[in-house]
Write a protein that binds this ligand. Sequence first.
Ligand SMILES: Nc1ncnc2c1ncn2[C@@H]1O[C@H](COP(=O)(O)OP(=O)(O)OP(=O)(O)O)[C@@H](O)[C@H]1O
Ligand SMILES: [Mg+2]
Length: 177
Amino acid sequence: MSDVVVETDLPDAGATRALGAALAGVLRAGDLVILTGDLGAGKTTLTQGLGAALGVRGQVASPTFIVAREHPPLPREDGSRGPALVHVDAYRLGGLGELDALDLDSSLDDSVTVVEWGRGLAEALTEDRLEVDLERPRGGDVTTDDESDPGAGTRHATLRGVGSRWAGVDLAALVPR
Ligand SMILES: Nc1ncnc2c1ncn2[C@@H]1O[C@H](COP(=O)(O)OP(=O)(O)OP(=O)(O)O)[C@@H](O)[C@H]1O
Ligand SMILES: [Mg+2]
């Protein structure tokens, strides 16, 4: 069975946040999202859109010293709660042992777990995962974009659902046509 792959262009940070928000519509407790892309590609920006749309407590930020942060769900209008958001930045993690030490297993079932820089590491957490790759078609790996170049902010996103969890999910519905 081949994986479901969807691609889209993200012209600015708002579009990246909107993609994160759209993901909130399909993600549920137990899901793992692996975010891949250079420094400043927009991994945290996407997670901010996701956190806002999930309705979780606290500001999703770039953790400087904190490797993993759990954002508990805020109650919805009807009193129900969605999943928590566990946001991990694996950039500084030395390997599987350090990932294991975060004990993400214990929060996984009740949370949407998002791991920046998780490729090659976080796959061990679950059988299924959603991979989101963010690329800067114009190159560059810093968080400041060249304001003299109107297209410099453009990112290209590739979404890939891996495993049976994603087999019937219409990822194409998440991106603008
Ligand atoms: N299309 C875009 N999508 C996302 N961010 C963009 C876009 N265009 C410009 N930006 C800017 O690029 C920066 C992306 O930073 P962000 O922290 O989201 O990247 P990151 O991938 O998490 O980096 P790091 O690897 O350092 O964690 C922000 O300053 C954002 O405003
Ligand atoms: Mg980041």
